[in-house]
Ligand binder design. Structure first.
Ligand code: DGT
Ligand code: CA
Ligand code: CA
Length: 499
């Protein structure tokens, strides 16, 4: 049975690979797939049960995309995708994700230098061959080399950004939970601890009958290789080289197993020591006393309690003093959704890259119970999607109208200003001062040296119209390293100027 998630995954892959084939993310076909994904994400019914005509009635879904969805449902594969997968194997897709390696550069790298892997690319950089390609030079060669180093994209230690793994892990756990005999399923490991990047996905399943789980995992459509299979554990690789380990334990061992496989390793070691100090033994099966009798194992809460600890949330399990803090009931309060009262960085379709209208964004905020929102569409400097001062003034009227129509939320007329290479900002200072709220952010010139980056940020911070700096380092986990700047100097300036 093809699920809506399978279809979205297929369209994402088509968009990624078509970008490489057409050598442009702006290509008409790529945009068509992306629009279709946007429309499909809002559909609650099963797409697999819809006819081609019904599919084309979904917002953003054209005839050709509808045909591909039907092709996937009827034949379990899509010809165009199979062809693209053969032309652009996973190693090429990894190359395409390196900052500075656009589709055109990638094509030249392959045809002129025979580069097929990140390792090949590193060799070409080391031997100064990359700089010889048309459109490149020593600067871009060095930049690409640094990006590979800083993103940890090379070798077997390659890690996956949390955002690329979380959706897949949750989907797998949801599907596993619906299998016969399964009582519970939980993703564990670094992903459950919300690490920024993860080595692999670890899933623990509670069931007295492991076989349906093992069969489900081995036959899943993301699998390109089965790297390990036993009676209670299966490990697979997907096309991005991401490994998923799925283990089945009996329901009474689920707490001890999720605790163990969530880690971190140093948290586990410290917990085990605490058990030993109490003449107990802790392992992945449970907490046992000297007579091998199980003291606690079904839930994590029971294990912590038996060790005289309050429950430690996974993001704190890093072996950095959390066990001592838990023993004194002095864990920090983590931020939860209900703590979030508003949002001070919001885009709407007023910005070219915004997807939802002002009204929809505000209604979404209201349904989340927010008390306030600042609408911060891009200023005029961002040529692709900024607004002129006249457009901003019209936007202010619209924002006031939307606020007047809804009595449950306070709206601020704001702007996301672009910090130029020299720290300059959009509009003139008088106009900037009229906004209720401004965010100033770096969107380009990521390669300036540390002194220039620091100077640039200090200039923006000292501007009286700036209320907050957005995405301070500009880092994009796994895709783009952050800018380098003098953190102490910048934080001092933020404090001094009340920014
Ligand atoms: P990753 O996948 O590299 O991002 O990091 P983790 O933390 O997910 O590590 P992984 O997948 O190797 O193992 C999952 C958990 O299993 C880990 O967080 C703690 C536990 N574990 C693995 N190896 C050991 C070990 O040698 N000793 C102990 N005490 N626990 C271990
Ligand atoms: Ca892991
Ligand atoms: Ca693992």
């Amino acid at each position: 049975m093809v699920t809506n998630r399978d279809i979205i995954r297929m369209l994402h892959e088509l968009a990624d690979l078509t970008t490489l084939e057409e050598e442009s993310p702006q290509s008409f076909k790529v945009r068509a797939y992306e629009n279709a994904i946007g429309g499909i994400e809002g559909v609650s019914g099963a797409l697999a049960e819809m006819s081609q005509t019904e599919l084309t009635k979904i917002k953003g879904v054209g005839k050709s995309t509808a045909a591909k969805i039907r092709e996937l449902v009827e034949t379990s594969k899509v010809d165009k995708l199979e062809r693209l997968r053969a032309a652009y194997p996973p190693s090429i897709v990894s190359l395409s994700k390196i900052p500075g390696v656009g589709p055109k550069t990638l094509k030249l790298m392959r045809s002129d230098l025979g580069i097929e892997t990140v390792e090949d690319l590193q060799e070409a950089i080391a031997s100064e061959q990359l700089r010889e390609l048309p459109g490149l030079g020593p600067t871009s060669e060095e930049k690409i080399g640094r990006a590979i180093e800083r993103l940890g994209l090379h070798g077997k230690d390659r890690r996956t950004p949390i955002g690329d793994a979380m959706g897949l892990a949750r989907e797998l756990a949801d599907n596993l939970r619906s299998l016969p005999g399964v009582v519970a399923a939980q993703h564990c490991g670094s992903l459950r601890r919300y690490s920024e990047t993860i080595g692999d996905i670890d899933i623990v399943v509670a069931s007295d009958d492991p076989q349906p789980v093992m069969d489900y995992v081995a036959n899943h459509d993301i699998v390109v290789e089965i790297v390990g299979s036993g009676s209670t554990k299966t490990s697979i690789l997907n096309r991005d080289g991401l490994q998923v380990d799925v283990r089945v334990v009996t329901p009474d061992q689920f707490g001890a197993a999720t605790l163990y496989f969530t880690g971190s390793k140093s948290h586990n070691i410290a917990l085990r020591q605490r058990a030993i100090d109490r003449d107990l033994l802790l392992n992945e099966y449970g907490l046992m006393d000297e007579g091998k009798k199980t003291v606690a194992s079904t839930t994590e809460e029971e294990v912590y309690e038996a060790l005289e600890l309050v429950y430690i949330p996974p993001p704190l399990r890093e072996g950095t003093g959390e066990i001592e803090a838990a023993s004194e009931d002095a864990l920090p309060d983590l931020v939860n959704l209900e703590h979030i009262r508003g949002d001070l960085h919001y885009h709407t379709t007023q910005s070219g890259d915004g997807r939802s209208s002002l009204e929809d964004m505000v209604d979404a905020a209201i349904s989340r119970g927010y008390a306030y929102v600042a609408i911060t569409d891009h200023g005029e400097d961002l040529a692709i999607n900024g607004s002129t001062s006249e457009e901003m003034l019209e936007h202010r009227e619209r924002i006031a109208g939307v606020e007047a129509d809804r009595d449950s939320i306070r709206l601020f007329w704001g702007c996301e200003l672009n910090i130029g290479a020299d720290g300059s900002l959009d509009y003139d200072s008088d106009f900037r001062a009229t906004f209720d709220w401004t965010v100033a952010s770096v969107h380009s010139h990521f390669d300036l040296d540390q002194a220039d980056q620091t100077e640039r940020l200090l200039t923006a911070i000292s501007d009286p119209s700036v209320d907050v700096i957005g995405h301070l380092s500009g880092r994009y986990i796994g895709r783009r390293p952050g800018i380098e700047f003098d953190v102490d100097a910048v934080i001092d300036a933020l404090a001094d100027t009340d920014t």
